[in-house]
Write a protein that binds this ligand. Structure first.
Ligand SMILES: Cc1cc2nc3c(=O)[nH]c(=O)nc-3n(C[C@H](O)[C@H](O)[C@H](O)COP(=O)(O)OP(=O)(O)OC[C@H]3O[C@@H](n4cnc5c(N)ncnc54)[C@H](O)[C@@H]3O)c2cc1C
Ligand SMILES: NC(=O)c1ccc[n+]([C@@H]2O[C@H](COP(=O)([O-])OP(=O)(O)OC[C@H]3O[C@@H](n4cnc5c(N)ncnc54)[C@H](O)[C@@H]3O)[C@@H](O)[C@H]2O)c1
Length: 458
């Protein structure tokens, strides 16, 4: 028999959890459906555990810089502390009871199971105890997120490779690791492991790591990683991957060379969980990579979608932003609606990469009359004083006709924080002329943004 409810949220990643809680608090009868862990990838396998690793690895790296600056330190990495922190503080040993209780305390009903659409306003949940049907009166919200994509490299599927989900649960580090993919996940985890003494090789098929970023950012991060002893190879052709108990993984490359390592991390992108969601029952294509959404993040009639599946940027802050939009839309508010002009992100390599809006290429492709400015961080006062660990570059992209910034990149020791200034300018459409009259505190890293802005032909 079908149960009647106001709203159902299928998939409880950061955005889905927020939507379910907010709608329940607003007085709607809400069902939250999660097949694995309430909170999704970010708290259990993504942002939070990876940033705990990075925090520890960063402390080790800073300690190793002491001899250049004043004194000596003996650095003895110990992964046990990191593994314990991830298990105890971040993930509760991969137990989501606290999150489930929070959802229920907010007034929602929770079902642990696989949710599917079964036609407009109909949701079916497959649980361990059987199947339950729901008639949803007002809103179905999809927040089903992604899985690691496993590339079709011959032999790979038969090996005990890791994804990010395994890497964050590692109790004992391997002596060596090959990372497939030099995107954000690959680079962040590679550098963290390397700083704990793992011999790391990154294999990237494209011609540079961190492909979505400005080429200047990729170059600086690749250089910093190489300085630390990470073997970064781009433009590789991987022909086969094997695993045997003794030597571990062997990766054969075009041209005949073979690499080996004790562990292999696949960080080659993500696959959205849209194929087994009953999308066809509401007239949508189950084979599509992303769901098209309008400014109210509606994907159809009484159907909303938030998070990675919308293709607007696979970030926790995007999922939360869209969740707020969905809640306003479902509750019949007047907006504000989704705007993606100034989406920002931070990649937590060292140096960190902050970025917002359009890259130079994206701006040119959009037909904008582009002018750019850049400044090398080690040439800035603060970068020069900082000395060791001062890798970095600032780049700003402006619309020469409108006299405003349309994008920017801040690579440096606090690149993820520095981007806030440019993000505010892009978001608000602050004239470059106004930015030129701002006070930039001396001697901050962000003063280098002023140098870059002064190069713009605006
Ligand atoms: C290693 C790593 C590091 C990252 N670091 C950052 C970072 O520093 N900053 C940042 O902003 N982002 C980061 N991200 C990205 C971030 O984790 C995601 O963008 C974020 O989790 C938002 O995803 P989402 O809301 O789309 O859903 P997800 O978090 O993917 O959650 C979707 C949920 O839906 C469930 N589900 C799927 N299908 C069904 C179904 N049919 N029925 C029921 N439940 C279902 C899944 O089990 C899952 O719990 C990182 C990701 C990874 C992997
Ligand atoms: N700090 C952050 O905000 C943060 C951190 C991690 C992840 N994320 C999010 O998660 C998403 C996924 O991250 P990701 O790094 O897995 O994906 P990605 O798509 O950014 O990078 C994957 C990389 O793997 C390469 N690749 C593909 N197939 C390959 C193969 N067979 N061999 C070698 N390389 C191959 C691609 O060319 C690409 O450079 C990102 O888009 C990002 O939005 C965000």
């Amino acid at each position: 028999m079908s149960e009647s409810i106001d709203a159902a949220v299928i998939g409880l990643g950061p955005g889905g959890e927020h939507v379910a809680a907010q709608l329940a608090q607003a007085g709607l009868s809400v069902l939250g459906v999660e097949k694995h862990l309430v909170g999704g990838e970010c708290p259990y396998y993504g942002c939070i555990p990876s940033k705990m690793m990075i925090r520890a690895a960063g402390a080790l790296a800073e300690a190793r810089r002491v001899p250049t600056l004043g004194g000596s330190v003996e650095v003895t990495p110990d992964w046990t502390t990191v593994a314990k922190r991830i298990s105890d503080e971040a993930t509760d040993a991969w137990n989501d009871q606290v999150a489930v209780d929070r959802l229920i305390d907010n007034g929602a009903t929770f079902a642990r199971g696989h949710g599917r659409l079964a036609g407009p306003g109909k949701v079916v949940v497959e649980t361990a105890d059987g199947t339950q049907e729901y008639d949803v009166q007002r809103a179905v919200v999809l927040n089903v997120g992604t899985e690691p994509a496993i590339p079709p490299v011959p032999g790979l599927a038969e090996t005990p490779y890791w994804t990010n989900r395994d890497a964050v649960q590692v109790k004992n580090l391997p002596e060596s690791m090959i990372v497939l993919g030099g995107g954000a996940i690959g680079c962040e985890i590679a550098q963290a492991f390397a700083r704990f003494g793992v011999d790391v090789t990154i294999l990237e098929v494209a011609d540079r790591i961190l492909g979505p970023e400005e080429p200047e950012a990729s170059e600086v991060v690749a250089g910093a990683m190489a300085d630390e002893g990470i073997d970064v190879r781009v433009g590789v052709d991987i022909t086969r991957i094997d695993h045997t108990a003794g030597p571990g993984f062997t990766v054969s490359l075009g041209g005949g060379s073979v690499l080996s390592a004790g562990a292999l991390l696949v960080a080659a992108g993500r696959r959205t969980n849209l194929s087994d969601l009953g999308l066809d029952t509401v007239g949508l294509d189950p084979s599509s990579r992303f769901l098209d959404t309008d400014e109210q993040v509606r994907a159809g009639d009484q159907l909303w979608a938030v998070g990675d599946i919308t293709g607007k940027g696979q970030f926790t802050h995007m999922s939360m932003y869209q969740a707020e939009v969905a809640v306003r839309s479902i509750l019949g508010k007047d907006g504000p609606w989704a705007d993606y002009t100034a989406v920002s992100r931070a990649t937590f390599t060292d140096p960190e990469v902050g970025s917002v809006g359009l890259t130079e290429k994206q701006a040119r492709d959009a037909g904008i009359r582009v002018t750019t400015g850049s400044y090398s961080l080690p040439s800035s006062s603060r970068g020069w004083m900082h000395k060791t660990g001062n890798h970095g570059v600032i780049k700003v992209v402006a619309d020469a006709d409108r006299g405003v910034l349309v994008g920017g990149t801040t690579v440096g020791p606090s690149g993820g924080e520095m981007i806030g200034l440019i993000a505010a300018a892009v978001h608000a459409g602050t004239p470059v002329a106004k930015l030129r009259t701002m006070h930039y505190a001396y001697p901050t890293f962000h003063r280098a943004i002023e140098n870059a802005i002064n190069e713009l032909e605006v």
